[in-house]
Design a protein around this ligand. Structure first.
Ligand code: NAD
Ligand code: AKB
Length: 317
């Protein structure tokens, strides 16, 4: 087992809940310190309350545990960000500065910070969106992710900070709830299919978006963090592709398991966010540099989601 001590910031969220489990398997439970602004729902240890805006407390925790790597997951996502743009900008940027500065000061030696497909905007080519292309995001979330990417590359070039990043598509998993994004519908739909056999979708039927099943996203994250430094040639953030589909297509895949499932459409403010994003992603660089390839397609994901969610509902009742 490799000797690293990891701090996850924002560990109670959709990704943190699952990533903590995977990192503990690799590095040992006691070497993965979870932290969040709120107490976790289920008991987790070791755990520290940390508001990432409080740089002194973060430094105290880094020193207390001799942390070597930080995974910074605290952020405000696209939909909640539009409701409070100033705070979203402050949280998304200041949190990154606090962590990058700790790495610059050599308190830690590696940083993981996720970006998003939200860095792209309405003027970006929508199909097979390349790594390098027009990027004019029009959500505060996307603007903060794009600025964050520039700062990651700047800290790497100027201060040799070993920061690594992925532009996640919308993530779908059964173990944890999504936290205020535009792609959240693709998690809710499975829960509603099992509970009510119907779902009212906040995006319209033809809204195709890039998505990814959580096991693929976790594997990409860990593979990138474990790659030799010379293979990580992009220090802004890597495109990675999973699966692209629209609400009608995910509903059809659910109907193969639950034939009576119905979907209706009531699009809201999230429609214009979704319309500004790509429909599919080209991930040639991630594939060439560190061997990335997704494993889950829509049918395999639906099968796994419904099987596991069903089992978890049964065990709760
Ligand atoms: P989430 O909203 O589910 O979780 C974020 C966590 O951060 C929450 O537990 C929240 O309590 C915590 N948090 C909020 N403010 C904090 C603060 N001041 N200090 C400490 N913790 C704080 O988000 P997520 O889906 O797990 O996303 C994690 C990261 O991945 C974010 O940067 C997000 O932009 C990025 N990302 C996520 C997706 C996705 O589909 N989930 C896609 C692209 C990128
Ligand atoms: C969101 O919808 O905001 C996130 C993302 C794609 O970054 N899921």
């Amino acid at each position: 087992m490799q000797k690293e001590t990891i701090l996850i910031i924002g560990s109670n969220g959709q990704i943190g809940t699952e990533l903590a489990e995977e990192l503990k398997k690799i590095y040992g439970t006691e070497n993965v310190i979870c932290s969040d602004i709120k107490e976790p729902k289920n008991q987790v240890a070791p755990f520290e309350i940390l508001d990432i805006m409080d740089k002194n407390r973060m430094y105290f925790i880094l020193k207390k545990y001799n942390v070597t790597q930080v995974y910074l997951l605290a952020a405000m996502l696209s939909a909640t960000g539009e409701k409070n743009p100033k705070f979203a900008w402050e949280l998304n940027m200041q949190s990154l500065f606090n962590v990058l500065d700790a790495a610059k000061e050599k308190l830690i030696n590696k940083v993981y910070w996720p970006s998003s497909i939200a860095v792209f905007g309405p003027s970006t080519p929508k199909q097979n969106t390349p790594q390098y292309t027009i990027m004019e995001p029009n959500t505060i979330y996307g603007i903060s992710k794009q600025a964050g990417e520039r700062f990651c590359e700047y800290y790497f070039q100027k201060y040799r900070v070993d920061v690594r990043s992925i532009r996640y598509p919308g993530l779908i998993g059964w173990k944890s709830a999504p936290g205020g994004g535009t792609t959240d519908y693709a998690v809710h739909i499975y829960h509603e299919a099992l509970k009510n056999k119907s779902y009212a979708c906040f995006l319209n039927a033809e809204t195709t978006l890039p998505m990814m099943y959580m096991p693929d996203a976790l594997r990409a994250t860990i593979d990138l963090m474990q790659a030799d430094a010379d293979k990580v040639k992009i220090r802004s953030s890597y495109n990675i592709a999973g699966v692209s589909f629209n609400p009608e297509e995910i509903a059809a895949s659910i109907r193969k398991h639950i034939p009576e499932f119905t979907i209706s459409y009531q699009s809201d403010f999230r429609q214009s966010i979704a319309d500004s994003w790509p429909q599919s992603i080209n991930d040639n660089e991630a594939n060439e540099h560190w061997g990335w390839k997704a494993e889950f397609d829509l049918e395999k994901m639906t099968d796994d989601m419904l099987t596991n969610l069903n089992a978890s509902y049964i065990s709760k009742n």
